[in-house]
Design a protein around this ligand. Structure first.
Ligand code: ASP
Length: 321
């Protein structure tokens, strides 16, 4: 055996083998919705900030599908080596109730990395809708319920969940128009082909501030600092109307612990990063503290959210398949 070979072998053994080199190439972060939408925005901010401590680029890849179920399915079947990870939102907790034939189990098929942020939603409408406040908007919907249309990102999306709760709260059903993300839905709203939607502040704040859409309320319990003039739905009489969207990161089940540890450490750097916090805050979102950017916190949160939304969805009798 040559000295060089022995030295290389020794270096490998001391460094814990090839895994210790992780990551030695780009990591892919799969997004279940269309580019330019709210989850995509959170993904790009997070990926960029995590890339620095990892010393590699995290490439964001969109895998949009109805209800955002294709991306988790893809990650479930990906090689568990840390090079393929998933960002998902509350949909990870609502799809088990919405899909009777879901091809992944959120609680069994993934390793957890951690929680990223919380995002409130807003009820927005096309700019020229003839309603200057929520009261008039409600009257308009009720008077025109056969022609009013509601856009969402497909069954199981946050916008679908929020719309479902909204229609149930105002006891009026309207036509829903599904898209593969609220980025394309927003285009149609701006073009005036659909009337309203409920979407995350990460997608709506810029349009609201530019006066390109009308806004009738936020879905958080308290007003959002970046949109202080917008009242909550609760303030406007819709008791208990609170929907909070949270984003998190997952890896395929069986990813080595040292790899997960590196991803967790990078996520914790990201949620503490001043630029990330500013970008989130400008868009109405709040990063989780670093102690929530952990596998244990995500696992507990996911389980609690599945337990919370399952009965609400079952009671509403909505199925996607
Ligand atoms: N998160 C989706 C998107 O990025 C929207 C939604 O869930 O409603 O388009």
């Amino acid at each position: 055996m040559s000295n060089r070979f022995i030295l290389t072998l020794l270096a490998l053994l001391l460094s814990g083998g090839a895994q210790a080199q992780y990551p030695n190439r780009n990591v892919t972060m799969l997004v279940p919705y269309a580019a330019g939408g709210p989850t995509d925005t959170v993904a790009r901010v997070t990926a960029q900030a995590m890339g620095k401590p990892l010393g590699q680029t995290i490439v964001v890849e969109n895998r949009p599908s109805a209800g955002g179920i294709l991306a988790p399915e893809t990650i479930k079947n990906a090689k568990p080596d840390g090079y393929n990870i998933l960002i998902h939102h509350i949909g990870m907790a609502t799809t088990p109730a919405l899909y009777r034939q879901l091809r992944f189990n959120p609680l069994a098929d993934f390793d957890y990395i951690g929680l990223i942020n919380d995002v409130p939603m807003t009820i927005i409408a096309r700019q020229n809708i003839p309603a200057k406040d929520f009261k008039e908007f409600l009257a308009y919907i009720k008077a025109n319920k056969d022609k009013v249309s509601y856009a969402n990102a497909g069954i199981g999306a946050a916008s679908h969940l929020c719309g479902m709760l909204f229609m149930s709260a105002i006891q009026t059903d309207v036509l829903t128009v599904p898209y593969k993300g609220t980025a394309p839905a927003m285009n149609d709203l701006l073009g005036g082909t659909v009337d309203f939607m409920c979407d995350q502040t990460t997608n709506t704040t810029t349009q609201i501030k530019a006066g390109k859409v009308k806004v009738y309320g936020v879905t958080s319990a308290k007003r959002v600092p970046s949109l202080p003039e917008v009242p909550t739905m609760i303030e406007q009489g819709l008791k208990d109307f609170e929907v909070g969207i949270w984003h998190a990161l997952y890896a395929p089940k069986g990813t080595p612990k040292d790899v997960i540890d590196k991803l967790v450490a990078a996520l914790q750097v990201a949620v503490k990063d001043a630029d990330v916090n500013k970008r989130f805050a400008d868009l109405g979102a709040t990063a989780y503290p670093a102690d929530k950017a952990t596998p244990a916190a995500l696992q507990a949160h996911l389980k609690a959210e599945i337990d919370k939304w399952g009965p609400i969805i079952k009671k509403a009798g909505v199925y996607a398949d």
